[in-house]
Design a protein around this ligand. Structure first.
Ligand code: SF4
Length: 195
Protein backbone atom coordinates (compact mmCIF):
# COMPACT_ATOMS: atom_id res chain seq x y z
CA UNK A 1 0.00 0.00 0.00
CA UNK A 2 1.77 3.13 -1.17
CA UNK A 3 -0.49 5.92 0.00
CA UNK A 4 -3.87 6.93 1.35
CA UNK A 5 -5.54 7.05 -2.06
CA UNK A 6 -4.46 3.48 -2.78
CA UNK A 7 -5.80 2.47 0.61
CA UNK A 8 -9.16 4.10 -0.19
CA UNK A 9 -9.31 2.30 -3.51
CA UNK A 10 -8.67 -1.00 -1.81
CA UNK A 11 -11.27 -0.31 0.90
CA UNK A 12 -13.91 0.57 -1.71
CA UNK A 13 -14.48 -3.10 -2.48
CA UNK A 14 -14.23 -4.38 1.11
CA UNK A 15 -16.73 -7.06 2.10
CA UNK A 16 -15.12 -8.14 5.35
CA UNK A 17 -18.20 -7.57 7.50
CA UNK A 18 -22.00 -7.71 7.21
CA UNK A 19 -22.27 -3.94 6.72
CA UNK A 20 -21.15 -4.44 3.12
CA UNK A 21 -24.58 -5.93 2.36
CA UNK A 22 -26.63 -2.77 2.93
CA UNK A 23 -24.29 -0.02 1.88
CA UNK A 24 -24.46 2.05 -1.28
CA UNK A 25 -20.74 2.70 -1.12
CA UNK A 26 -17.81 2.63 1.27
CA UNK A 27 -17.32 5.98 3.02
CA UNK A 28 -13.58 5.88 3.56
CA UNK A 29 -12.87 9.42 4.76
CA UNK A 30 -12.03 12.86 3.46
CA UNK A 31 -9.60 15.67 4.05
CA UNK A 32 -5.93 16.48 4.08
CA UNK A 33 -3.81 13.34 3.64
CA UNK A 34 -1.30 14.43 6.28
CA UNK A 35 -3.57 16.43 8.59
CA UNK A 36 -2.49 17.06 12.17
CA UNK A 37 -6.13 16.84 13.27
CA UNK A 38 -8.51 13.95 12.65
CA UNK A 39 -12.22 13.86 13.54
CA UNK A 40 -13.57 10.39 14.19
CA UNK A 41 -17.26 9.50 14.17
CA UNK A 42 -18.95 6.12 14.51
CA UNK A 43 -20.26 5.36 11.01
CA UNK A 44 -21.87 6.83 7.90
CA UNK A 45 -25.56 7.79 7.93
CA UNK A 46 -27.99 7.86 5.03
CA UNK A 47 -26.68 11.10 3.49
CA UNK A 48 -23.10 9.93 3.78
CA UNK A 49 -23.92 6.55 2.26
CA UNK A 50 -25.29 8.30 -0.82
CA UNK A 51 -22.58 10.96 -1.07
CA UNK A 52 -19.67 8.65 -0.27
CA UNK A 53 -18.34 11.29 2.13
CA UNK A 54 -18.46 11.49 5.93
CA UNK A 55 -20.46 14.14 7.81
CA UNK A 56 -22.28 15.73 4.89
CA UNK A 57 -25.75 16.01 6.47
CA UNK A 58 -26.96 18.34 9.21
CA UNK A 59 -24.42 16.97 11.69
CA UNK A 60 -21.63 17.65 9.23
CA UNK A 61 -22.77 21.20 8.62
CA UNK A 62 -22.78 21.85 12.36
CA UNK A 63 -19.32 20.30 12.67
CA UNK A 64 -18.04 22.53 9.84
CA UNK A 65 -19.48 25.60 11.53
CA UNK A 66 -18.02 24.80 14.94
CA UNK A 67 -14.67 23.90 13.42
CA UNK A 68 -14.56 27.31 11.74
CA UNK A 69 -15.82 29.28 14.71
CA UNK A 70 -13.81 27.60 17.48
CA UNK A 71 -10.68 26.47 15.64
CA UNK A 72 -10.46 28.69 12.55
CA UNK A 73 -10.24 25.55 10.38
CA UNK A 74 -12.10 24.08 7.42
CA UNK A 75 -12.47 20.40 6.60
CA UNK A 76 -9.68 20.80 4.06
CA UNK A 77 -7.32 21.43 6.99
CA UNK A 78 -8.16 18.20 8.78
CA UNK A 79 -9.26 14.64 8.07
CA UNK A 80 -12.70 13.19 8.83
CA UNK A 81 -13.38 9.47 9.16
CA UNK A 82 -15.53 6.96 11.01
CA UNK A 83 -14.98 3.79 13.03
CA UNK A 84 -16.81 1.79 10.36
CA UNK A 85 -16.75 2.74 6.71
CA UNK A 86 -20.17 1.37 5.72
CA UNK A 87 -23.59 2.51 6.87
CA UNK A 88 -25.16 0.40 9.62
CA UNK A 89 -28.79 -0.42 8.67
CA UNK A 90 -31.42 1.89 10.10
CA UNK A 91 -28.69 4.16 11.46
CA UNK A 92 -28.10 1.84 14.39
CA UNK A 93 -24.77 1.99 16.21
CA UNK A 94 -22.02 -0.12 14.69
CA UNK A 95 -21.54 -3.37 16.62
CA UNK A 96 -18.29 -4.24 18.37
CA UNK A 97 -17.49 -7.06 15.93
CA UNK A 98 -18.11 -4.75 12.96
CA UNK A 99 -15.79 -2.12 14.42
CA UNK A 100 -13.16 -4.75 15.14
CA UNK A 101 -13.36 -6.08 11.58
CA UNK A 102 -13.15 -2.57 10.12
CA UNK A 103 -10.39 -1.46 12.48
CA UNK A 104 -7.45 -2.26 10.18
CA UNK A 105 -8.73 0.40 7.76
CA UNK A 106 -8.78 2.98 10.53
CA UNK A 107 -5.39 1.89 11.83
CA UNK A 108 -3.96 2.23 8.33
CA UNK A 109 -5.51 5.69 7.98
CA UNK A 110 -3.94 6.75 11.28
CA UNK A 111 -0.59 5.37 10.19
CA UNK A 112 -0.67 7.17 6.83
CA UNK A 113 -2.14 10.47 7.98
CA UNK A 114 -0.32 10.46 11.33
CA UNK A 115 -2.48 13.09 13.06
CA UNK A 116 -1.26 14.60 16.31
CA UNK A 117 -4.77 15.09 17.71
CA UNK A 118 -7.87 12.90 17.28
CA UNK A 119 -11.27 14.34 18.21
CA UNK A 120 -13.70 11.51 18.87
CA UNK A 121 -17.33 12.41 18.23
CA UNK A 122 -19.80 10.74 20.57
CA UNK A 123 -20.04 7.67 22.78
CA UNK A 124 -19.21 4.93 20.31
CA UNK A 125 -16.02 6.37 18.84
CA UNK A 126 -14.77 7.64 22.21
CA UNK A 127 -15.34 4.45 24.19
CA UNK A 128 -14.01 2.23 21.45
CA UNK A 129 -10.87 4.18 20.73
CA UNK A 130 -9.98 4.79 24.37
CA UNK A 131 -11.15 1.34 25.48
CA UNK A 132 -13.13 2.88 28.32
CA UNK A 133 -16.58 1.89 29.60
CA UNK A 134 -17.72 5.38 30.64
CA UNK A 135 -20.04 7.49 28.53
CA UNK A 136 -19.14 10.63 26.64
CA UNK A 137 -20.50 12.89 29.39
CA UNK A 138 -17.88 11.47 31.76
CA UNK A 139 -15.05 11.18 29.26
CA UNK A 140 -15.26 14.58 27.60
CA UNK A 141 -13.71 17.64 29.18
CA UNK A 142 -10.11 16.48 29.04
CA UNK A 143 -7.41 15.31 26.66
CA UNK A 144 -6.01 11.77 26.76
CA UNK A 145 -2.58 10.58 25.65
CA UNK A 146 -3.21 7.71 23.22
CA UNK A 147 -0.79 5.79 21.02
CA UNK A 148 1.62 8.71 20.70
CA UNK A 149 -1.22 11.10 19.94
CA UNK A 150 -3.77 13.10 21.93
CA UNK A 151 -7.45 12.16 21.97
CA UNK A 152 -9.99 14.88 22.75
CA UNK A 153 -13.50 13.42 23.12
CA UNK A 154 -16.62 15.44 22.50
CA UNK A 155 -20.31 14.92 21.79
CA UNK A 156 -21.47 13.79 18.39
CA UNK A 157 -22.92 16.85 16.61
CA UNK A 158 -26.24 15.01 16.35
CA UNK A 159 -26.51 15.24 20.15
CA UNK A 160 -26.20 19.01 19.90
CA UNK A 161 -28.81 19.04 17.11
CA UNK A 162 -31.17 16.96 19.26
CA UNK A 163 -30.86 19.61 21.95
CA UNK A 164 -29.05 17.45 24.51
CA UNK A 165 -28.61 19.72 27.47
CA UNK A 166 -25.28 21.51 27.34
CA UNK A 167 -24.01 19.59 24.32
CA UNK A 168 -23.52 22.61 22.07
CA UNK A 169 -21.51 24.56 24.66
CA UNK A 170 -19.54 21.45 25.60
CA UNK A 171 -18.65 20.80 21.97
CA UNK A 172 -17.41 24.32 21.57
CA UNK A 173 -15.26 24.03 24.70
CA UNK A 174 -13.90 20.67 23.53
CA UNK A 175 -12.93 22.04 20.14
CA UNK A 176 -11.05 24.87 21.84
CA UNK A 177 -9.34 22.18 23.95
CA UNK A 178 -8.46 20.28 20.78
CA UNK A 179 -7.04 23.41 19.19
CA UNK A 180 -4.84 24.00 22.21
CA UNK A 181 -3.68 20.37 22.14
CA UNK A 182 -2.92 20.77 18.45
CA UNK A 183 -0.89 23.91 19.05
CA UNK A 184 1.09 22.21 21.80
CA UNK A 185 1.66 19.04 19.78
CA UNK A 186 2.68 20.77 16.55
CA UNK A 187 5.00 23.26 18.29
CA UNK A 188 6.76 20.34 20.03
CA UNK A 189 7.00 18.56 16.68
CA UNK A 190 8.42 21.64 14.99
CA UNK A 191 10.94 22.18 17.80
CA UNK A 192 12.02 18.56 17.80
CA UNK A 193 12.28 18.47 14.00
CA UNK A 194 14.32 21.65 14.16
CA UNK A 195 16.84 19.99 16.35
S1 SF4 B 1 -17.67 -1.65 7.51
FE1 SF4 B 1 -15.46 -1.80 7.15
S2 SF4 B 1 -14.98 -4.01 7.33
FE2 SF4 B 1 -17.21 -3.82 7.04
S3 SF4 B 1 -17.46 -4.04 4.82
FE3 SF4 B 1 -17.35 -1.84 5.28
S4 SF4 B 1 -15.18 -1.31 5.00
FE4 SF4 B 1 -15.31 -3.54 5.16
Amino acid sequence: MSDLAALATEAASCTRCRLAEGRTQVVFGTGHPSADLLFLGEGPGADEDVAGLPFVGRSGKLLDRMMAEEMGLTRADCYIANMVKCRPPGNRDPRPDEMATCRPWLDAQLEHIDPRVVVTLGNVATRTLLGRPEGITRLRGQAYPWDGRVVVPTYHPSAALRGTLGAMAAMRADLVRAKQALERATSVTIRSRGG
